[in-house]
Design a protein around this ligand. Structure first.
Ligand SMILES: CC(C)(COP(=O)(O)OP(=O)(O)OC[C@H]1O[C@@H](n2cnc3c(N)ncnc32)[C@H](O)[C@@H]1OP(=O)(O)O)[C@@H](O)C(=O)NCCC(=O)NCCS
Length: 136
């Protein structure tokens, strides 16, 4: 499982450091961490009390635009709601057009902005947007 997640993550995040299988293994062993996956795509979140934080969502390049990320995000949110989640939060780079499209389609709303939060390998900076969606 961890190796599959690492492969998908490496394929999806072309401009960021890929997370290793060991890192995924470690994350999945932590309390409250849940994963929903289908072949080629997964979403991972951490449930703390009544808040779900999305840790990452990724879809392998060859599987994109087939509704898979939408499917795993909805599944993770629904499962978390059953476990007591009332809202879900995530951070996204302000220039990540595909992810912003995904979250808009899932009816997330912007609740904050962290200026220059992401430091890119080329030295540039990008704001992080904080998005929220109610699960109640
Ligand atoms: C963001 C990502 C997970 C979307 O995965 P996906 O499986 O292709 O997304 P879906 O097919 O479920 O798309 C759902 C909706 O999101 C939006 N969307 C997805 N990709 C898009 C793109 N390239 N451009 C604009 N909107 C996009 C659309 O509204 C889409 O619905 P539609 O296809 O009916 O128009 C994928 O592009 C990815 O892995 N990107 C790299 C990793 C990343 O940035 N993760 C998010 C970090 S915060």
């Amino acid at each position: 499982m961890a190796a599959d997640l690492a492969r998908i993550h490496r394929s999806a995040f072309v401009n960021a450091r890929p997370w290793s299988a060991d890192e995924f293994q470690h994350l999945m062993a932590q309390p409250g961490v849940h994963v929903r996956a289908v072949p080629g795509c997964f979403a991972m979140g951490r449930l703390v009390l009544d808040e779900l934080e999305i840790l990452t969502v990724a879809c392998a390049v060859e599987a994109q635009r087939r509704g898979l990320a939408r499917q795993v995000m909805l599944s993770l949110c629904e499962a978390s709601a059953v476990l007591g989640a009332r809202s879900v939060f995530l951070e996204v780079a302000a220039d990540n057009v595909p992810a912003l499209g995904l979250y808009k389609s899932l009816e997330f709303e912007q609740v904050g902005r962290r200026s220059g939060y992401y430091q890119r390998r080329d030295g540039t900076q990008c704001d992080a947007l904080i998005l929220r969606k109610s699960l109640t």
